[in-house]
Design a protein around this ligand. Structure first.
Ligand code: C2E
Ligand code: MG
Ligand code: MG
Ligand code: MG
Length: 282
């Protein structure tokens, strides 16, 4: 094989497209192996309630510890998992593992799981959720499914029917990355999400840009009027937290309070949170 130098990029026998296709194929094979070899892990990022400064739950975030490449970002492998359909099996593992971990947490803490559009539409999803709830024994209202506005891009009627059928299980639904996709307010009218997650891009500018602050305020007011909770994503600065508090945002997530951490570290955060609560009560 040609050496990886500048020229090989333009080599007649190795068009760039083929190389990209091969890389994706390899990633797909590696992901299949990752499933069977147990290379996936979940990290957990705490969600902080601004009313009492306590942890209300955690978002489960998928991590792939590749044997030679090291940690691979979900931003890199999830799109390929979606294209190949592997996201359905990976997502099944995520739901089971998230519920299994939540079982060891205090009963008031929720676990949020990201579900991609293809996984959402897969016929087996309902059964997977039922099974994960049964195996773990956690109350259904402790499981929150996060999805982005993109689930509404096609077949809105089917999507709504599916949402209502899943809601009958007693689980919760959050609209992730709100404001970045094909935003339409009509689905907020048609489906009672439990929570709106305000995208990090708005949170980033909240303490410095009037427009970002106005948009966050409008989203919080809209959610409140609709009886939905709000979580601000990507809170990195004290000034952002202060502004969100002033605007009545219910909960925050971000590096300011904690990065996503391992299940073991999450347990330590839970212990510290309980100590805070006892100190306050004393
Ligand atoms: P998301 O669901 O919107 O998750 C939030 C992302 O923001 C996470 O990136 C998290 O680590 C990051 N984040 C949290 N706080 C901060 C902050 O203060 N600053 C900054 N700059 N970033 C922050 P991560 O873990 O790389 O995940 C990226 C995306 O991958 C997620 O976005 C979600 O769409 C997807 N994803 C992750 N796990 C899963 C999964 O199990 N299934 C599916 N379908 N998608 C997943
Ligand atoms: Mg999410
Ligand atoms: Mg998000
Ligand atoms: Mg996101």
């Amino acid at each position: 094989r040609a050496k990886q130098d500048g020229r090989s990029t333009f080599c007649f026998f190795e068009p760039a497209l083929d190389a990209a296709a091969r890389a994706r194929r390899q990633l797909e094979l590696d992901m299949r192996e990752a499933l069977s070899e147990g290379q996936f892990r979940l990290d957990f990022q705490p969600v902080l309630c601004l009313k009492n400064d306590r942890i209300s739950g955690f978002e489960a975030l998928l991590r792939w510890h590749h044997p030679t490449r090291g940690l691979v970002s979900p931003v890199e492998f999830i799109p390929v998992a979606e294209d190949t359909g592997l996201i359905i099996q990976i997502g099944e593992w995520v739901i089971h593992e998230a519920c299994r971990q939540a079982k060891s947490w205090p009963a008031h803490m929720r676990v949020a799981v990201n579900v991609s559009p293809l996984q959402f539409r897969s016929p087996g999803l309902k059964g997977v959720i039922v099974q994960a709830l049964a195996y773990s024994g956690i109350e259904p209202h402790r499981l929150e499914i996060e999805m982005t506005e993109s689930i509404f891009l096609e077949n809105t009627d089917d999507t709504l029917a599916l949402l209502h059928s899943l809601r009958a299980l007693g689980i919760r639904f959050a609209l992730d990355d709100f404001g970045t996709g094909y935003s339409s307010l009509s689905y907020l009218r048609s489906f009672p999400f439990d929570k709106i997650k305000i995208d990090r891009s708005f949170v980033t500018g909240i303490a410095s840009e009037q427009n970002a602050a106005a948009i966050v305020r409008a989203i919080v007011d809209l959610a409140t009027a609709l009886g939905m909770e709000t979580t601000a994503e990507g809170v990195e600065l004290e000034s952002q937290m202060a502004e969100l508090r002033a605007q009545g945002c219910g909960t925050i997530q971000g590096f300011l309070y904690s990065r996503p951490v391992s299940a073991e570290q999450a347990a330590l955060l839970i212990t510290a949170d309980a100590q805070d609560a006892r100190r306050e009560a004393a």
